[in-house]
Design a protein around this ligand. Structure first.
Ligand code: BGC
Length: 377
């Protein structure tokens, strides 16, 4: 009896310690989550920010995919800070990860974080955004980002009416390699239509200066992106759009076309154009099929979005990570030049969604539920 109660006391003490340890584990990072319950983690996942629905979406899809994984994982968010991102990577290295899946906040600044991972013999998979100017990235899983930009531009070309249509250009953050790919893909489709007078550029002297050049080099892209960047920030997008509309005459209003790089920026820009009485109608692009933009498309406030099925990207990234954990070489379909090396890549196609096919592509495919929207036909 005495012996038993001592044993019980020891058990209680150990249990209390275990609880405290578990508390530190999840409390230490509000952003921490995943299927790993002990402090040892096999696969670390670092996403850029919780402030954009796109990345919360990725987190949800990762969690769904991880539910029946044999390996323990942890997901951390960097909240738009390269310093926080490096801390996250270090925290995961301390937990003994073997594979790091990371979407950098800033593609060049993330080199230091992945170099630290490489020194620990961790295999690095860049997820959606490439990490540039380092050889410490092993694989890249991505959508076809040139095709995203091309699809946005093609939508404007196919749906613009008449000629001399004012064209407003917006781009993503220049710290994100994807912003270059999206803009490059779009420009190759738009440039001939600017040259033949279908569109006239409304808001970028840099684009105007380069309007006869179909294939822009990185520096030329940089000049335009630097001028029309949204920094992926809805507020910055709104301010820029307001400034642009204030500084043009009525000849740059009427029926207009707007290249908006993603859904978050598209909604902000669309709201500004919708509230200008001299703008009679506007076409505006987007990407990500965020729920709020799907509703905007149903309500005819946003013209299209490029649907990137995050389920596929998550599946590819996790599939790759598991192959690596199992000691195999993952399958790749091509490669991307990151400025220092050719990174082996697996690429996924994208789908254009507008009011016509929104139900078929997003509801019938069970990506979203019909009752998450109103006015869906
Ligand atoms: C992603 C987009 C996203 C954007 C802003 C890009 O790198 O590919 O899907 O909308 O970042 O977060």
């Amino acid at each position: 009896m005495r012996r038993n109660s001592k044993g019980f006391l020891l058990f209680v003490i150990l249990a209390v310690f275990a609880l405290i340890a578990a508390g530190c584990n999840s409390g230490g990072g509000e952003e921490g989550s995943g299927s790993g319950s002990s402090s040892a983690v096999d696969i670390g996942i670092v996403l850029p920010t919780k402030d954009e629905p796109r990345w919360v979406q990725d987190e949800e899809r990762f969690k769904a995919a991880l539910a029946d994984s044999d390996y323990s994982t942890e997901i951390l968010f960097s909240q738009g800070s390269s310093a926080k991102e490096k801390e996250n990577v270090e925290a995961l290295l301390n937990k003994g990860i073997k594979v790091l899946i990371i979407t950098p906040h800033d593609g060049a600044a993330a080199a230091a974080a992945v170099e630290a991972a490489k020194q620990d013999d961790v295999t690095v998979i860049a997820y959606d955004r490439l990490i540039t100017d380092t050889d410490a990235v092993d694989y890249y899983v991505t959508f076809d980002s040139l095709a995203v930009g091309a699809a946005q531009a093609q939508y404007l070309v196919d749906n613009a009416e008449g000629s001399g249509v004012p064209l407003y250009l917006y781009a993503g953050a220049s710290s994100d390699n994807n912003a270059f790919l999206f803009f490059q893909g779009a420009w190759e489709v738009l440039q001939p239509k600017i040259a033949d007078g279908t569109f006239k550029i409304a808001n970028s002297s840099q684009a105007e200066a380069l309007k006869d050049t179909k294939e822009l080099n990185r520096d030329q892209l940089s000049q335009i992106i630097g001028q029309v960047t949204t920094n992926w920030d809805p507020n910055e997008s709104k301010n820029k759009a307001q400034t642009h509309l204030t500084s043009v005459g009525d000849d740059m209003k009427g029926n207009v076309a707007i290249l908006a790089p993603n859904d978050g920026t598209a909604r902000s820009i669309a709201d500004v154009f919708a509230s200008d009485t001299a703008v009679t109608d506007y076409l505006i692009t987007g990407q990500d099929a965020e729920k709020a933009s799907v509703q905007y498309i149903i309500d005819e406030k946003q013209s299209m979005t490029v649907f990137k099925d995050v389920r596929t990207l998550v599946e590819d990234a996790m599939g790759m990570a598991v192959e690596i954990m199992d000691g195999n070489t993952p399958e790749t379909t091509g490669s991307y030049d990151n400025g220092m090396t050719e990174v082996k890549a697996k690429q996924t196609d994208v789908i254009v969604v507008d009011k016509e096919n929104v139900k078929a592509e997003l509801i019938d495919s069970e990506y979203y539920k019909a009752d998450e929207f109103t006015g869906l036909e």
